[in-house]
Design a protein around this ligand. Sequence first.
Ligand SMILES: Cc1cc2nc3c(=O)[nH]c(=O)nc-3n(C[C@H](O)[C@H](O)[C@H](O)COP(=O)(O)OP(=O)(O)OC[C@H]3O[C@@H](n4cnc5c(N)ncnc54)[C@H](O)[C@@H]3O)c2cc1C
Length: 413
Amino acid sequence: MSGLVVIGASYAGIQAVLSARDAGYCETISVISDETWLPYQRPPLSKEFLLGRQNEAALTLRNSAFFTSRKIDLLLGIRATEIDRDAQRVLLSDRATLTFGKLLIATGSCARRLSAPGADLDGVCYLRSMDDAIELRSRLQEAAEIVIVGGGFIGLEVAASASQLGKRVTLIESGPRLLMRAVSPIVSEFLLAMHRKHGVDVRLGENLVSIEGRNGKVVSVNCGQTCRIGADLVVVGIGGLANSRIAEAAQLLCRDGIVVDDCAQTSDPRIYAAGDCTIHDNVFAEGWLRLESVQHAQDQGKAAGLAIAGRSSPYVSVPRFWSDQYASKLQIAGISAGFDAHAVRGSIEEGKFSLFYYKGGRLVAVDSLDRSGDQMAARKLLAGRLTPSPEQVADPSFDFRSLMGLASETNAS
Ligand SMILES: Cc1cc2nc3c(=O)[nH]c(=O)nc-3n(C[C@H](O)[C@H](O)[C@H](O)COP(=O)(O)OP(=O)(O)OC[C@H]3O[C@@H](n4cnc5c(N)ncnc54)[C@H](O)[C@@H]3O)c2cc1C
């Protein structure tokens, strides 16, 4: 049995097939997507696309001619419904089957659904796909009062877009601060002030109890006895879940995602998985990690593609993420969870700063607001396990390249 079948045509799936072809893989390749769009960029959906600055066509990652030229059969609007490992075939929603020599699962993640009363009312929206974004963009035009549930990346980016469109925006977050799982309290505080400055009514420690409706449509969000917020649109951004059901049903090892090794191989050596749907033992997190980021999907997709082509190259990239809100760019390198000390570079007051996080005296992560140069240095420092002192970080004249030079000299000697 030969040929590669890929389930999911986004960053991980597409990067994998391109890397496999570049590495000389010459068997047949079929890529299945349950979406009808050509593979597209997802991050702008909550930003430029909602603002009306980019349209559907501008988001296309690769056009049909490209897939034809690389001899990649792209099947759009078809869902993989089952993996039959014994027969080495994938069952499809149109009742067809595809046999495989190697299989890649790149099914991504989906938005966690709200379970509160009223969650199914007309006007309660989620944002994961192009179709979701088209619907949300059109509803935003009509809406005046928007409530956003969740102070994570999606909630904050939609809040920024909606407030720039002149809407009255309230954001409720059950935790004590914004982006609690991703950034430190200092960055949370900065983002809180930024959103409030732009007129977003951010309410922390506020739990949604129910969504009230009239004639089947949302009219308000109820956060308990004393708090009812008027809303004609509710956007829910309460996290993502790995699309791993098809792998679980095929009895591949899963644990909050499909378990893969550093070459993206699952518990079945013929089957690989990459991107948001996976969990892997991450050297920078010192433990199991499920990452939802473009960089991770592409890097792990590349590792899968190379392994499938018989040119294994382990995935060891520094975790990275970015988020655009208003005119500010937040960039994150490394994993700051559990840090015990930090140093600041730049000016928090001016909104251009980086926080360098340490754990046990070692640099573990860097968050930057509009300091891309620091991020470039951070990636190299983290990848090379190099730790600048807090004094060096705080000194604007200190050049991180001197540490990198020293490291290469030390390694060479
Ligand atoms: C609105 C939004 C904004 C974002 N912003 C950023 C950002 O600023 N920076 C950043 O780094 N990351 C951002 N992300 C996260 C980033 O987009 C994801 O990490 C990335 O798309 C993951 O790529 P992937 O290939 O693993 O999966 P996905 O992009 O989720 O693609 C998986 C594909 O598989 C399809 N699929 C699933 N099951 C099946 C099946 N059974 N059969 C066929 N097809 C199937 C899905 O429909 C989907 O098309 C954002 C995400 C969203 C939703």
